[in-house]
Design a protein around this ligand. Structure first.
Ligand code: ADP
Ligand code: MG
Length: 267
């Protein structure tokens, strides 16, 4: 695999969009795999009670498995719960289990309820060399997603190339602005990735154009095509990058990862 420039300090991304099914998990997992394949040390934190990122990375996440829930609500450290991916040497995952479904409510009454991920993550990154962290969020703007925004410096928003793509985006951006103002001044929307692109439809092309007009600096040049191989890979507990390395979907995630690496962290 081609080597990519490694960031001098860990880049922490929250992959967020309050809509479901727009490609958050697929993007978190495949960018992570692509960067690990290129030699970076990468951590994926599954913050969705569905546990889709854990499934896609082939890590254990049965109800009894130590998970991100024990970090957020209990007093486990990241190193107590992190698992190595079976796929790549440099790829690690903090899994989510079904217990996380209750965390949204349990967090409400905890001290420093917005810092429950940031504090243990910072401690873990001080002791372990990681180049990239991707936090996969649930499809809501509740306390789990707020914890992800507080723990990150960069927000990556996947946008599906379809008619309603921009709907809800202004709400997402104003929530991020509130977090930046009150909880995490370092937070920036650095990256927008267009997903599930179908070049045969005029509509998809119109969405691509609209998003590029609105966010010229954030949108990656690479667009992720709609691809059956991408949607099949998770059922084998693999990223598309190893499931079918030369498929168009795999190549597009490798290219998007390279763009992210070459752009570097925002100033
Ligand atoms: P989210 O995490 O935002 O809910 P997912 O990443 O789980 O979204 O994607 C939703 C569904 O679409 C999944 O079944 C996934 O496999 C599929 N999918 C995601 N990206 C693509 C793509 N580029 N081509 C085809 N299917 C995709
Ligand atoms: Mg998801």
């Amino acid at each position: 695999a081609d080597q990519l420039p490694l960031p001098p300090a860990p880049r922490i991304f929250t992959v967020a969009n309050q809509k479901g099914g727009v490609g958050k998990t697929t993007t978190a997992v495949n960018l992570a795999a692509a960067l690990a394949r290129a030699g970076a040390n990468v951590l994926v934190i599954d913050l969705d009670p569905q546990g889709n990122a854990s499934t896609a990375l082939g890590v254990e996440h049965r109800a009894e498995t130590a998970s991100v829930y024990d970090v957020l609500v209990g007093d486990a450290s990241m190193s107590d719960v992190v698992q190595k991916s079976p796929e790549f040497d440099h790829l690690y995952c903090v899994p989510a289990t079904i217990h996380l479904a209750g965390a949204e409510i349990e967090l409400v009454s905890l001290v420093a309820r917005e810092q429950r991920l940031r504090t243990p993550l910072d401690a873990y990154l001080a002791e372990n060399t990681f180049h990239y962290v991707f936090i996969d969020c649930p499809p809501s703007l509740g306390l789990l997603t707020i914890n992800a925004f507080v723990a990150a410096q960069e927000v990556l928003i996947p946008i599906q190339c379809e008619y309603y793509a921009l709907e809800g985006l202004s709400q997402l951006l104003s929530n991020i602005q509130l977090i930046e103002r009150h909880l995490n001044p370092a937070l920036t929307v650095s990256t927008i990735l267009l997903t599930m692109y179908d070049s045969r439809t005029n509509l998809a092309n119109q969405v691509v154009q609209d998003v590029r007009d609105h966010f010229p600096d954030q949108v990656l040049d690479t667009v992720i095509p709609r691809s059956v191989r991408i949607s099949e890979a998770p059922s084998y507990g693999q990223s598309v990058v190893s499931y079918d390395a030369n498929s168009p979907g795999s190549l597009s995630y490798l290219e998007a990862a390279a763009e992210i690496a070459r752009r570097g962290a925002p100033q």
